[in-house]
Design a protein around this ligand. Sequence first.
Ligand code: F6P
Length: 544
Amino acid sequence: MTAQRFSDFLNVLNVHRERLVSTTMAEMFDANPDRFLGFSLCLDSLVFDYSKNRIDRNSFEALIDMARSLEIESLRDAMFRGDIVNTTENRAALHVALRGSVSQDVEVDGKNVAEAIDSVLKRMRKFSSVVRNGFYTVTGGKILDVVNIGIGGSHTGPAMAARALDPFCDGPKLHFVSNVDGADLSSVLGSINPQTTLFIIASKTFTTAETMMNANTARKWLAENVGEENVGKHFAALSTNQSDTRKFGIDDERCFEFWDWVGGRYSLWSAIGLSLMIGIGPDRFDEMLSGAKTADRHFAEEPLEKNIPVIMALLGIWYRNIWNCSSHAILPYDHRLAGLPCWLQQLDMESNGKSIDRSGNPVDYDTAPVVFGEPGTNGQHAFYQLLHQGTNFVPCDFLLAANAQGEMFEHQMALAANCLAQSEALMRGKDEETVIAELVAGGMSKDQAKSLAPHKVFSGNRPSNTILYERLEPRTLGMILALYEHKAFVQGAIWNVNSFDQWGVELGKQLAADIEPSLKSGDDSEAANSSTACLIRAFAKFRE
Ligand code: F6P
């Protein structure tokens, strides 16, 4: 029997769409007042409400059947076993091992994974404690500022988590520099004292152009300020490439290793988390790992129909491939999660923004949507107009903490009310009759009301998930992030793409290396076309 493919299920799912296309979610709630109970799940201190989706029991079961037929469970088990799931790079994807979620005897290249992780974690704990306690001294004494220099997965994870866990950050002040744009580094350099700063160069490869340029500039700045002979102690490195960290002049004792089986966008849990660990302390870092482990266990053990990341993934596929939604909004009503949409952009779009399947053939269906978002209520005053009245609906994830750290009661109630109101408004909408009645009640003539009404109608029936959690603590954050990682995994497995490579970022890097000399010299003769040539010339002219 030939293996089943995702496209084999599109017809069946489309039949469900046809059946549901004229049924509203509001009608489904009316028909089943207990709908929430049937379409929600709890994990630890987190509630996942997916009842405001355009699904009924039959379509939900069809999605689950598809996941089962496409052998999601065995693909998942293969990842947890350390099999080579990243086939184009011939690597395992064992980020789950970083939170202790794989068997103790998993080996890669003859080395025990759990032992390797434990030994680096111990060194990270020791180093971060020493830095936090002020016992690691540099030119000006104890470390007061820590600057993480990295990009992509070597930046967004720790930067997002440091912001999310800011109330728990009681160590040196954390800064993050990623962009090759000098504005990024210079604004941080302008705010710190070189004598009391530790730079952490976070780069899996230690060859990424932006990171190396920022690292070299920081090194020069330090040498000018503390003397070349003192520079070394102001640096630590997080990398898989120890020969280059040595060449940069960073002692092995301050080089924290990770491995090629940790993908950049899955690396927060590895040595890449060192800046965060220095900020929040090793115990809280452990709590974050333990939250992620809870999500791992849930993903690995719960049946598909009770499995939060599986359901998140299937709903995403339902909207992407059956309802043609090309974007997905991440809407944290928790200001500290402001970095989450950006982290998820890399996670989802770098993992699953692919059009070639695992066997090297073009896919004949859509894959990852565009992920975007802003914290509530800021987004409401920017793009929610489109969410409510745009021509296409955009599936949304709302995230809400019941308790805020350092809460201001009135603010938290207003924030939460807005969150619940938005998902309700998206679902319920407002029909023309109601709009006219409201306008007339407000004193408008019936004719005027009728002509204005179409602009004020909300079609409704726009789906969303809500993730409600007790409080944004390290453990909760770990759980939320790991759930999204597993969601991306399931989607990649169903779309049959390799979620762990990112060849799509290479071409731009190559061309930038070709173009940079022309920009420096102003000579456009090597430019590939008239657009690039003229832009090089105009750029040179503006710089005269
Ligand atoms: O953007 C491509 C990418 O390879 C990401 O996957 C990665 O997170 C980022 O660059 C940074 O890479 P590195 O950690 O090797 O500097």
